[in-house]
Design a protein around this ligand. Structure first.
Ligand SMILES: NC(=O)c1ccc[n+]([C@@H]2O[C@H](COP(=O)([O-])OP(=O)(O)OC[C@H]3O[C@@H](n4cnc5c(N)ncnc54)[C@H](OP(=O)(O)O)[C@@H]3O)[C@@H](O)[C@H]2O)c1
Length: 262
């Protein structure tokens, strides 16, 4: 779906991967629709894009709310969305037993429900036009059910299964569906995760690839769609890692988590 006069809707566009991808897509000629909760950051992103000669609209809203997602669909309804990037999401690190129900509910609503709902809202239009691309940001955490990230891993495992099956359902329709599974990327993600109630610092914080690298890879995916993109390429080994060394993790993991959450 590349080329002029195409429209991309990017969730989680106020920071990190979503913000950088929005800039890239706008620089490549897309009209970008940016959504997230923080209005001031969205305004800044829009101003940066416009200064660089691109065009953007902002939709500040909380994607954990069903009514807000429906409202987003209605507000963008006049413009067919060619590319939907489900990027909004957040993490939490610590013992599941210490996660508040509020955070649990919000994580399911943002990481899972919002992607499922927005895809359900925008996909029929793409199928009718026989053109479009849905991208879902998952994580290698989806195949690494690690101590400390029980619900985050589960939320991404759900996206893995959903997006892979949807890719198979839509083959030959003219609509592309892709799953993106990054390893750690240096963004605000880890600070946002630790800032949640009872959240701790994640041990992988500070490691990983740059957001620019991640966005270059996703841009390549937009140009040449495929079922799954791992960032970096070795992240494709994550499921094998769990199969081969999961039993070691059973022993070392609990000790590691206890130390990290002291
Ligand atoms: N960074 C990594 O290491 C990494 C690795 C693998 C996968 N991922 C995935 O990549 C995606 C982007 O993460 P990132 O690294 O770019 O982190 P980030 O900088 O923290 O960005 C997360 C985005 O999600 C939005 N968001 C969170 N809660 C929301 C809500 N209730 N309603 C609307 N928007 C909401 C945030 O905006 P507001 O706060 O303004 O609402 C923000 O724009 C996530 O799905 C994450 O799970 C990240």
């Amino acid at each position: 779906v590349t080329g002029p006069h195409k429209t991309a809707l990017i969730t989680g566009a106020s920071s990190g991967i979503g913000a950088a991808l929005a800039r890239k897509l706008a620089a490549e000629g897309f009209h970008v629709l940016l959504t997230a909760r923080r209005e001031a950051q969205l305004r800044e992103r829009k101003a940066e894009i416009e200064q660089a000669g691109g065009s953007a609209e902002i939709f500040p809203l909380d994607l954990s709310l069903e009514a807000a997602r429906q409202q987003l669909f209605e507000q963008t309804g006049a413009r067919p969305v060619d590319l939907l990037v489900n990027c909004a999401g957040f993490g939490w690190y610590g013992y599941y037993a210490e996660m508040t129900w509020e955070t649990i509910h919000a994580m399911v609503a943002v990481n899972v429900e919002a992607a499922l709902h927005l895809t359900r809202l925008f996909l029929p239009g793409m199928l009718a036009r026989r053109s479009g691309h849905v991208i879902v940001l998952s994580s290698i955490a989806g195949s690494l059910p690690s101590q400390g990230t029980a619900l985050y891993s589960a939320s991404k495992a759900c996206l893995d299964a959903f997006t892979t099956a949807l890719y198979r359902e839509t083959r030959g329709t003219g609509v592309e569906v892709s799953l993106v599974r990054p390893g750690p990327v240096k963004t605000e993600f880890f600070a946002a995760s630790a800032a949640q109630t009872n959240g701790h610092r994640n041990p992988v914080e500070g490691s990983g690839v740059s957001v620019e690298y991640a966005v270059e890879r996703i841009w390549r995916l937009v140009r040449r769609p495929r079922r799954v993109l791992h960032i970096p390429a070795w992240a494709a080994l994550a499921p094998l890692f769990e199969i081969a060394t999961g039993w070691i993790q059973d022993w070392i993991g609990p000790v590691h988590l206890r130390r990290r959450t002291k």
